[in-house]
Design a binder for this molecule. Structure first.
Ligand code: TRP
Length: 481
């Protein structure tokens, strides 16, 4: 039998777990990343594939991760050890814990850099620099001024390092205190406020002149924009990268594939419905991503901005909206504060698995473990920072067509979201659906075998999830070589 409670403590209620998992899922992935990669792959069709991936891959894997965590009640590395020993399965599966932990370091390294940008924007927006743009009546001039602020930030490694450091310290402070302490309260207020601010921004987006164009871009399904690239004389080359990106985004946005949700599942009190919790988390995460798109695209189109501009998209569109609104500085500051909070509740879930493992070895306190992991990840983050300035032209894999423009940041992002997370996801799906005894699954899910939800879940996790991830994966890797 498994232990009754994790050594790191337990969530004080089911709702706290749901809030914490939703806090982990909702973050920069939804508001910063989702809009710009949707634009990169042409809009509607990408969104459709993303939603399909969320349903067929994301939700089943999230349930599987929570289940394994709840059984093992330890850090992902030890949870896998405990569960494989209990069920007498091969040590091979322990790779899930190790790979996930490694992947977490990489993700946190750049997540903290972008988290730093959002802190920088709290300061910039509150200083009122964007409210003066309303006096300029020329749209192009406004756009140039706003993007100038972003470009200046990117060109300044010292400033980037400062904000990256601040963000990493914030993350470390919460993780040292243990996830329950400050976290429970922060998320309790943050999530509802975030929804309110997003809805107000949707209202603003609706008032812009190109609202319909923005919405059409996001929802009109155009497969050729997603699947084909480089058309010459009516002959287009097939390119599966968009589908791989939609799948990678599913993993990233839902925080699955590396054990973050597994680690949170380990702190679950008894008698929590895993299916219900996972569904609520997945729905809120998806809603926030869709709202972000509904806000950003109309604003971008209405101001003549290029939507396919990559990571700068949110930072170059929303300040224009705040510039035009009454009380824009106050409202904009509030928005970026909430974005910092959303990023913060995500970053702690990325740092928690390695810290929990180090504490379990008995050789570290929470403080020393957090210091070691945080500093390592911080140092790795410098690579991301430099890819926006001094190493901007360093394209290590330029000889491969797919990576011809990829900076170090692009490569780390590709490796984590599109390779390591899906790989971790397949392994989790196969391990849970094919190698764990049914009785164990039913016990942890607290379901009867006759329950159709249980059957649908197991069927999807057995056949659809691994095959889907595998196919997308092989197709895209094949395109590489
Ligand atoms: N899901 C978060 C976001 O959308 C990021 C995140 C938190 C994450 N924990 C993770 C991504 C674990 C991958 C794996 O911003």
């Amino acid at each position: 039998m498994s232990q009754n409670m994790s050594v790191h403590g337990e969530w004080s209620s089911r709702w706290v777990f749901i809030l914490a998992a939703a806090g982990s899922a909702v973050g920069l992935g939804n508001i910063w990343k989702f809009p710009y990669i949707t634009a990169e792959y042409g809009g509607g069709a990408f969104v459709l594939i993303y939603l399909l991936c969320v349903l067929m891959i994301g939700l089943p894997i999230m349930m599987a991760e929570i289940l394994v965590g709840k059984r093992g009640k330890a850090s992902p590395i030890n949870t896998l050890k405990i569960v494989t020993q209990e069920t007498k399965r091969s040590n091979f599966w322990r790779i899930i814990g190790w790979m996930g932990t490694f992947c977490g370091f990489l993700i946190l390294s750049y997540y903290s850099v972008v988290g730093g940008w959002t802190i920088a924007y709290v300061v910039k927006v509150s200083s009122g620099i964007f409210s003066q743009i309303d006096n300029l009546h020329d749209k192009t001039l406004i756009a140039t001024q706003v993007s100038g602020v972003f470009n200046q930030l990117m060109a300044n490694p010292q400033e980037l390092i400062l904000w990256h450091t601040v963000f990493m310290i914030l993350t470390m402070v919460v993780v040292v205190g243990g996830v329950q302490g400050g976290l429970e309260k922060a998320i309790l207020y943050m999530m509802p406020s975030l929804f309110i601010v997003l809805f107000v921004l949707v209202g603003y987006a609706m008032s812009t002149e190109k609202f319909v164009e923005g919405i059409t871009f996001m929802f009109k399904i155009n497969f050729s924009a997603l699947l084909f690239s480089e058309c010459n004389n009516g002959y287009c080359t097939f390119n599966g990268q968009g589908i791989l990106a939609a799948m990678g985004q599913t993993f990233f946005s839902l925080s699955i594939g590396m054990g973050a949700i597994m680690a949170y599942g380990a702190y679950l009190p008894k008698h929590v419905s895993i299916a219900q919790a996972a569904t609520i988390v997945v729905l809120s995460d998806t809603l926030v991503a869709i709202l972000a798109g509904i806000i950003i695209f109309p604003i971008a189109f209405s101001n003549g901005l290029e939507v396919n501009q990559g990571p700068s998209l949110v930072f170059n569109t929303l300040p224009i909206a705040f510039g035009h609104m009454s009380y824009g500085s106050i409202f904009g500051t509030l928005f970026f504060i909430l974005l910092v909070l959303a990023a913060w509740t995500s970053s702690i879930s990325i740092l928690e698995p390695p810290v929990a493992w180090m504490v379990e070895t008995g050789k570290f306190t929470r403080l020393s473990a957090t210091l070691v992991c945080g500093i390592l990840s911080w140092a790795l983050g410098l690579l991301t920072i430099f890819s926006f300035n001094i190493l901007k032209d360093f394209k290590p894999l330029a000889e491969f067509a797919l990576f011809k423009d990829a900076t170090l940041f692009d490569l780390i992002d590709f490796l984590t979201s599109n390779i390591l997370l899906p790989l971790g996801g397949i392994l989790i799906a196969v391990f849970v659906a094919w190698f764990l005894p049914k009785a164990l699954l039913l016990e942890e899910l607290e379901m009867q075998e006759s329950n159709w939800l249980y059957r649908a879940w197991l069927f999807t996790l057995r056949y659809i999830t691994p095959v889907g991830v595998g196919l997308i994966f092989l197709k895209s890797i094949g395109a590489l070589t």
